[in-house]
Design a protein around this ligand. Sequence first.
Ligand code: FE
Length: 207
Amino acid sequence: MTEYILKARPYTNEEAKKLLASVMSPETTDWHYNTHQKGYITKRNEIEKKLKDGGKALREAANANFSEFGELKRRETFNANGALLHELFWENLGGDGNIEKATELKKKIIEDFGSIEDWKSDFRATALSAKNSGWAVLAIDKLSDGKLRNLLVDEHGHGAIWGAQPLIACDVFEHAYYHKDGPKRAAYIDNFISNLHWGRIEERYKK
Ligand code: FE
């Protein structure tokens, strides 16, 4: 069985405090990664072990009203998506917000959204509209029309599109910004966009 591990960020814990200072409090750079994100990974491993060990008995008791099997399956997805989006979140951050470092993606954003400003304001509105436990995700809709879309995601998966590959993920769970910005989610979103590492985002887009 695969043991999932907490993926390293492109910077150290100490560097994170400086690099992400405009986006979140120094404590949040630690809590959000070493407690929240790690929690998804620990639970995902635990769930997969339970599903495997529970075997036939667990599967035979499955039903739509309540079953341990059903709840484990439900939370398996929640934790898997949570881990993945957080990996992307940290990879996205720690830059200078200069989109000129993403030549190809910039071109594609203008093609699909009209202009960079239009993309930004749509991404911002998406991030403002997600629940207090949600995400705004820029994704490329590979299995459909190949277009870029800003997806509004509640929790870690409601609102995702099958086959769309995420490129930018903005966490708007309250744990992401409250310690620094309180209820001012819009300020956090603007700071998030200004801190994007477009070089790494471009690499991901090219892949
Ligand atoms: Fe989070």
